[in-house]
Design a protein around this ligand. Sequence first.
Ligand code: NAD
Length: 244
Amino acid sequence: MSGLEGLRAIVTGGASGIGLATARLLAERGAAVAVLDLDPSGVPAPLLALKADVCDDASVRAAVDDAADRLGGLDIVVNNAGIGAQGTVEDNPDDEWRRVLDVNVLGMVRTARAALPHLRRSAHAAIVNTCSIAATAGLPQRALYSASKGAVLSLTLAMAADHVREGVRVNCVNPGTADTPWVGRLLDAADDPEAERAALNARQPMGRLVTADEVAEAVVYLASPAAASVTGTALAVDGGMQGL
Ligand code: NAD
């Protein structure tokens, strides 16, 4: 027994980085897992790969219902799809705010709305949202991204209160800077990616980035029956950055 046998999970944004590490770990621990992603083409077996855009309500509903159908129900939802944004409030135009909030906040709302009818039928229902230390750390040059993750934190607390009596737990993880393709793309865009990576590592209290697998461990704990009494909490996996 690895702990999640018989449970059925979906992971949005599960084709890369933290989402892929989480989907793999959920499957390794015994869950049946569907990945919902804009581009699920590289998702490895035994994960079920479903194409979905969290910005499109019809697409999310169809993919969530399809996943529940093919997995035989739904117990775990990992709301992980997200995109970044850099700059101060003077740098990002309104359209960019709408685009990022649409993915990072409304994407989770749409997925939760589609999944809740299925989750209410589960004896071990859990939602885990991928938030960030940006929600509370006051990071420079991250106004829009921080606001989006601040909303995810508040959404997590409100949903936990709304759904606790229905047997649906809602928590979030707050990763620090995690070594994923997303961060790789940012480093690659620098003039000297190796020097930039060394500087980034040096800024971390532990001298290194958090790994996607370490974040996945926290997500899987919050999603598992081992956390049956845990709801409305944020678990930081930030290598000592102390966003909370
Ligand atoms: P990533 O870019 O490696 O993976 C993100 C995945 O989300 C991709 O597969 C992408 O296709 C998918 N996606 C993007 N928009 C989508 C949409 N509209 N519909 C469906 N799928 C979509 O990123 P990552 O670093 O693994 O980040 C995952 C989550 O972790 C995000 O919510 C991010 O905000 C959060 N996070 C990341 C870090 C970090 O340092 N990497 C830190 C804190 C929080």
